[in-house]
Each structure stands twice: as structure tokens, then as C-alpha cells.
Design a protein around this ligand. Structure first.
Ligand SMILES: C[S@@+](CC[C@H](N)C(=O)[O-])C[C@H]1O[C@@H](n2cnc3c(N)ncnc32)[C@H](O)[C@@H]1O
Length: 393
């Protein structure tokens, strides 16, 4: 394994403009700050958490979850059952997904019927009944699983940045490595169709997965196609395998009931992914990345992508992740496309934006063996539903 070169100060603190650093000048520095820190408010009781989730988070988005969450908040028995789970697994998104999983698995037929009938009162009664009868199963699912929000919506921001990375590196073929990949849906970025609100479109117009994205500001996005993708590798501590029935059901369970458009899109995404599943490597990205690079054939540009993943890495791991890219670049050009909160991705300029300001920065870094070129090529909101492209091309 190549020796780790310490990082240049410009790579680890927030930087405003474009960064070009000779890799030979890379020296050590402490890491970036925590990114989007979550303010700690007054502690709420579990009942208050469930009521608020129902009345604020679910209201409008899923009337069924609004009913169910409020009913749970008012049932002492249900709240005691939820307390059988460890504190970090008691959140409504986890418990409701676990109940939904049991319904989809045919183990809670009354709940499944109530969801199918969009009957909020029946769903609330069935959810409480299921929770009380099957507390152990609900808790076991909650403990085993992480709530997923896999959506190819991220592809609307990834697509132009990956195509631009390939252009800058002069690559005719790429190998995609998605870090913190969850189910690896980002790895189908070249197989979806994307329509932008400014009239531009990218990807496959006849793909079963069609996305839309609103362009903010007047700049167009690069009208470039991603070159041939010859490797697709996902890296995650706990990857989700779309070809595994239980894993695929869990992705469905994480959707809120009563949202048929999202459900239909997930089905199309799962079918697309299952038709040519990526290689999934399980483990800490810092450990697994060398093996991921090894799966990208010589002649193809390895393009590492991270979408809202690095905030889950301890600060030191973010720097070690950057070192891994640097090490891989000793033998070939490597690109990294990121969509992360402001200041979360080391080396990527923050444009002077405040951390935790509600949007994310799209970073493009090319490690070309002699230098690292790191640039913030855009801002995005709502995990890729809105995009402001900033870079020249
Ligand atoms: C918030 S999710 C983001 C998932 C996906 N990229 C997206 O855009 O929805 C963070 C993902 O990073 C993974 N993860 C966290 N720490 C990791 C690590 N050290 N190495 C690899 N994956 C990690 C988690 O398992 C999880 O799937």
C-alpha cells in the first residue's frame, strides 16, 4: 500500500475559490469541522416526538403516517413497546418503516390492507395492534436496518459533474465508484433520463427512470454525455443489495405509504438496477477503496462519487478518504464528484457559504498525478431537485 502523504492546509479547511495544489506540497493539518451540526434542543418525550412527526413531518406528505404517528403518540402501551428498542432506534421513521416492512412481508395483513385502502383510522389501529403483538419483530428489524432514502434524484446533479470530470481528464471511458452507496442507485447515473427546467436534457430519453430537476440561476449545465461506463462499484458499511428480496422490500418499506408516484419510481429504479447490478463492497470506505480502484480497468477514469455520505464519516476518516484518492492517483488520473453539505467534503471550496445553510456543494476534484484540481462546480438543494451550475466548461 502506498505511503500516506500528509495533506496541504488548503485541502482540509474551508476554502472559497478554486483549489489547485501540487500533490508534492501536501502537508499535514487538522481536519474540517463537523459540517451540518444538529442543534440540540430541549429534550422531547417520545409521545411529543411522535405527535410532532405526525402533525409536522408527515402532514401533507403522508396522511396515513400522520394518523398512525399521532395514534402512537396517544397510546401509552404503544410507546412502552417502542421503548423496547434502543433510544437511537425509536424514531418514527425507523419504527414506521419496520411496521411497513412487516406489512409488505405479509406478516401484518391488517396493516397492509389499511395502507392499501388509504384508511387512516384502520391503519392507526392496525399499527398499534401489530406493534403490541410483534414488538420483538419490530425491534429486531429496527436494530438490523438503517432507514434509507435511496433515490436516483441525485443523478440530476451527478450526471453533468461526472461528464465534466471525464472531459477534464480526457477520458473515453469511466469506472464509477460510489462511496456510501446504500443500494447503489447512483451507479445507474448514465442509464436514467433527466430533464432540466431550462429545457436541457441528459441521459436516456427512453429510460424507464425519468427525473426532473429545476435549474436555479441562468447558467446552463454542460451538455455532455457520460462516456462509456465499464465498471460500477458500490462501497458501504452496510450495502443494500437490490437483487435480494429482503433488501429490496426494506427499500420499499422506507417509502411512506400513500405516495404512489414515489413507489412507482422506486420500482423502476429497482428494475433498472437489478438488470445490471453493481459490484458491492462491504466495509469502511477507507479500508475498501483500494480494492474498489482495482476493479476499474486501466484505460478507464475512476470516478468516485459521494452523495451526502461524508457527514457520516468521523472527521479523521474524511481525510483518510482523501488520502486514499491521492494514493490511487499515484498511478492514474482519478476524479471525485461530491454532493455534500457545505464544508463537509475536504478540499472542496465552500464558496464562502455558511455551513448548515440548507444547501449542498457539488464538488469536482481531479487528481492528475502531479496536482489536485478541486472546484465547487455548483450548489444544489433537496438532494438534487434544484441545481445551480457555476463552473465554466
Ligand atoms: C446518509 S447515507 C447516504 C446514502 C446515499 N449516498 C444517498 O445519497 O442517499 C450514508 C451512507 O454512508 C454509509 N457509510 C457511513 N459510514 C461509512 C464508511 N465509513 N464507509 C462506507 N460507508 C459508510 C452508510 O452506511 C450509508 O449508507
Amino acid at each position: 500500500m502506498a505511503a500516506t502523504r500528509p495533506l496541504h492546509p488548503a485541502l482540509v479547511g474551508p476554502v472559497k475559490g478554486r483549489v489547485v495544489v501540487p500533490l508534492a506540497r501536501i502537508v499535514g493539518m487538522p481536519g474540517p469541522t463537523a459540517g451540518s451540526a444538529v442543534p440540540v434542543g430541549r429534550a422531547r418525550t417520545l409521545a411529543q416526538v411522535y405527535r410532532r412527526f405526525g402533525e409536522v413531518d408527515a402532514a401533507g406528505a403522508s396522511p396515513l403516517y400522520e394518523h398512525v404517528a399521532v395514534a402512537l403518540s396517544e397510546s401509552g402501551e404503544a410507546l412502552r413497546a417502542i421503548e423496547a428498542a434502543p433510544a437511537r432506534k425509536r424514531h418514527p421513521t425507523v419504527i414506521l418503516a419496520a411496521l411497513h416492512d412487516l406489512a409488505l412481508a405479509g406478516r401484518a395483513p391488517a396493516l397492509a390492507a389499511a395502507y392499501a385502502a388509504a384508511d387512516g383510522d384502520a391503519a392507526a389501529a392496525a399499527a398499534i395492534d401489530t406493534l403490541l403483538r410483534m414488538t420483538g419483530s419490530v425491534v429486531a428489524i429496527a436494530m438490523r436496518r438503517r432507514v434509507r432514502a435511496d433515490e436516483t434524484g441525485r443523478c440530476a446533479v451527478l450526471y453533468p459533474a461526472i461528464a465534466e470530470a471525464a472531459r477534464r481528464a480526457g477520458a473515453n471511458a469511466v469506472g464509477l465508484i460510489d462511496v456510501g452507496c446504500s443500494a447503489g442507485l447512483n451507479l445507474n447515473v448514465d442509464r436514467v433520463g433527466i430533464t432540466y427546467s431550462n429545457g436541457q436534457s441528459l441521459g436516456g430519453p427512453s429510460s424507464p427512470v425519468q427525473l426532473s430537476c429545476s435549474i436555479v440561476g441562468g447558467r446552463p449545465i454542460p451538455a455532455l454525455a457520460i462516456p462509456e461506463v465499464i465498471a460500477r462499484v458500490g462501497v458501504d458499511l452496510d450495502p443494500v443489495d437490490v437483487t435480494d428480496a429482503d433488501d429490496a422490500r426494506w427499500l420499499r418499506a422506507c417509502l411512506w405509504p400513500g405516495q404512489p408516484e414515489r413507489a412507482a419510481r422506486l420500482e423502476a429504479e429497482l428494475a433498472l438496477a437489478a438488470a445490471a447490478p453493481p459490484v458491492l463492497l462491504q466495509g469502511d470506505a477507507v479500508e475498501v477503496l483500494p480494492g474498489a480502484f482495482a476493479r476499474v480497468p486501466a484505460g478507464a477514469l475512476p470516478v468516485v462519487t459521494t452523495t451526502w455520505a461524508l457527514s457520516r464519516f468521523p472527521l479523521e476518516s474524511r481525510l483518510r478518504f482523501l488520502h486514499r484518492l491521492d494514493e490511487a492517483a499515484a498511478g492514474r488520473t482519478v476524479a471525485w464528484v461530491s454532493a455534500e453539505g457545505v464544508g463537509v467534503a475536504p478540499a472542496i471550496p465552500t464558496l464562502g457559504d455558511r455551513r448548515a445553510s440548507g444547501h449542498s456543494i457539488i464538488g469536482l476534484a481531479v487528481f492528475d498525478g502531479s496536482a489536485l484540481h478541486a472546484e465547487a462546480v455548483g450548489r444544489c438543494w433537496s438532494q438534487g431537485r434544484f441545481l445551480a451550475w457555476l463552473a465554466d466548461f
